[in-house]
Design a binder for this molecule. Structure first.
Ligand code: URA
Length: 216
């Protein structure tokens, strides 16, 4: 029996809700742990993703892998998806109607994976999920409430790659991303501590059941 997420992925594979279906090679659905605590949301597939049918497998994906490894995580530990699942021609920005057409697929993935923490990569993902026109430079570096979860915006890896070799008076985009990933690691550690400290409901239930059985 396919899971609900697999069923949605199969349905999304034939999506023709926006014009991007005319030029894409294939739909790039999310990939990773279907029960991940941590979800990354990027912008749209690029050349390599369109060819391979997997998110973040090109240069941006390699940087994402390195940033994940820096905080002790592997791709398999997280879930990675995009705001738009079909590659825009020549990697142009996704248009508002394309983002809106793809939104139900993104919402379904968020609902079914049910992550505790969502990290948005770049302007489009942050603005789409936070429903704001504020730019990523002002949004990043702190958490935002999102559907009962925590959302941490950071730059898109492509922005960090693009800026490589340039001089910055303050932080470079890559340094900012590294800082955001350290924030992410702290956030995940705090959540793990809070989960460990939470009272285990099982003994109370067992006690109640034992009482019913007249064992006390
Ligand atoms: N950039 C994105 O935003 N998503 C991908 O999957 C690849 C590159």
């Amino acid at each position: 029996m396919p899971t609900e997420l697999e069923r949605v992925a199969a349905e999304a594979a034939g999506c023709t809700r926006c014009r991007l279906h005319e030029s894409r090679t294939q739909v790039v659905f999310g990939q990773g742990d279907p029960h991940a605590e941590l979800m990354f949301v990027g912008e749209a597939p690029g050349f390599h993703e369109d060819r391979q049918g997997l998110p973040f497998v090109g240069p941006s994906g390699q940087l994402l892998n390195r940033l994940l490894a820096g905080i002790g995580l592997r791709r398999e530990d997280v879930y990675i998806c995009n705001v738009v699942m079909s590659r825009p021609p020549r990697n142009r920005d996704p248009q508002p109607d394309e983002i809106a057409a793809c939104r139900p697929w993104l919402d379904a993935q968020i609902r079914l994976v049910d992550p505790k923490v969502v990290v948005t990569l770049g302007n489009f993902a942050a603005r789409t999920l936070l429903e704001t026109s504020t730019g990523i430079s002002r949004l990043r570096g702190r958490t935002h409430p999102f559907q009962g979860r925590v959302l941490l915006p950071t730059f898109h890896p492509a922005a960090a790659l693009h800026a490589e070799g340039r001089r910055f008076t303050g932080q470079s985009p890559l340094q900012a991303m590294e800082e955001d990933f350290r924030t992410l690691a702290r956030l995940l550690a705090e959540r793990a501590d809070a989960d460990a400290d939470a009272p285990d409901p099982a003994p109370a239930v067992e006690a109640a059941e034992s009482e019913q059985l007249g064992l006390f």
